[in-house]
Ligand binder design. Structure first.
Ligand SMILES: *[C@@H]1O[C@H](CO)[C@@H](O)[C@H](O)[C@H]1NC(C)=O
Ligand SMILES: CC(=O)N[C@H]1CO[C@H](CO)[C@@H](O)[C@@H]1O
Length: 295
């Protein structure tokens, strides 16, 4: 499956324990955690449309939280998925299925199926926002908020609609990560490369930032064991001011795992260059830089 250009907006970024979980394969983890997974699946049976995918439950089973906390978290997720989140989850599932039906990833259908696509897609395209596989087998969600006309965008959509759009992107990423985990027998993580070049210190849309933040907080609960480190790249000189704007967007646990770096994506004009169908040398450099950041 090709993920080139699979564009999604993320914000959020769950904590990752250090990268380097070279450990067990998905099949071994499923086996060792079989009883926990099946207990979680029994709980899920009370909800309509609960996912059937074992890896979805495995990510809960691997939680370091107490069992009753994990069960509560699962119930809350499933309740969201069958109520407020239902349209988002249904749209994401059919989009991913349609995207793969031709044998190679068709990103357009994923973009077109997003909530409020008609408005949002005018402002957010794969040139500023895309998810691409990296050498480790994980997915890297790349975003350049500074290249998005957030004020114009937020004139067309509400804070809630924008949040739904981001949650849809996270659901698509989660579905793809679980599918690839199954195919590769390695638990796939979603890394985030947040390129801050061109980001405005003042004048950006507060609602856009609030939507990122709301989706980030929600996703932290909805997708345990999914998100890896967040790289904050190419921070302009006015560093401290920017840090103040950006870090409150992230939940506490995430804040601790933010990594500031210069370099990756710096000379990339358009993010599609780093996709597998993009510019071979730009992609090779990006992959090398991400490998270095993950060490
Ligand atoms: C998922 O859980 C495994 C096992 O506890 C852990 O090693 C890995 O780092 C976790 N991944 C993320 C992204 O939290
Ligand atoms: C509850 C449980 O069985 N957890 C196990 C899941 O698999 C990991 C990795 O093998 C074990 O370390 C856990 O104890």
């Amino acid at each position: 499956m090709k993920l080139s250009g699979f564009a999604v907006l993320v914000s959020a970024l769950l904590p990752a324990l250090c990268y380097g979980f070279a450990g067990s394969s998905v099949s071994a983890l499923l086996k060792e955690n079989e009883s926990k997974v099946s207990k979680l699946k029994d709980i899920a049976a009370q909800f309509s449309d609960a996912p059937s995918d074992d890896i979805f439950y495995l990510r809960y089973a691997l939680s370091t939280k107490e069992d009753d906390e994990v069960e509560t978290q699962l119930k809350e997720t499933l309740s969201w998925r069958s109520n407020e989140g239902q349209d988002i989850c249904t749209a994401a599932a059919s989009a991913v299925e349609a995207a793969m039906s031709g044998g190679k990833w068709d990103n357009e259908v994923v973009r077109d199926s997003a909530p409020n696509a008609a408005s949002v897609n005018k402002y957010i395209t794969p040139t500023q926002c895309l998810t691409t596989p990296v050498n480790s087998g994980d997915l890297c969600y790349c975003i350049r908020a500074g290249k998005i006309d957030d004020n114009a965008l937020m004139n067309e959509v509400s804070l809630e609609q924008m949040t739904d759009f981001f949650l849809y992107c996270k659901e698509v990423n989660a579905l793809v990560a679980n599918m690839r985990s199954e195919q590769t027998d390695k638990l796939v993580t979603v890394l985030t490369a947040n390129d801050l070049s061109g980001v405005k210190l003042v004048g950006g849309s507060a609602d856009f930032r609030k939507a990122l933040s709301a989706a980030s907080t929600k996703a932290n609960d909805l997708y345990p064991n999914l998100s890896g480190p967040t790289f904050l790249l190419n921070l302009p000189r006015l560093l401290s001011a920017l840090v103040k704007i950006f870090t409150p967007l992230f939940p506490d646990e995430v804040r601790k795992r933010l990594k500031f770096e210069q370099g990756p994506l710096k000379d990339v004009q358009d993010l599609t260059e780093i996709s597998p169908n993009g510019d071979a040398s730009a992609r090779a450099l990006f992959l090398k830089q991400i490998d270095a950041l993950m060490e």
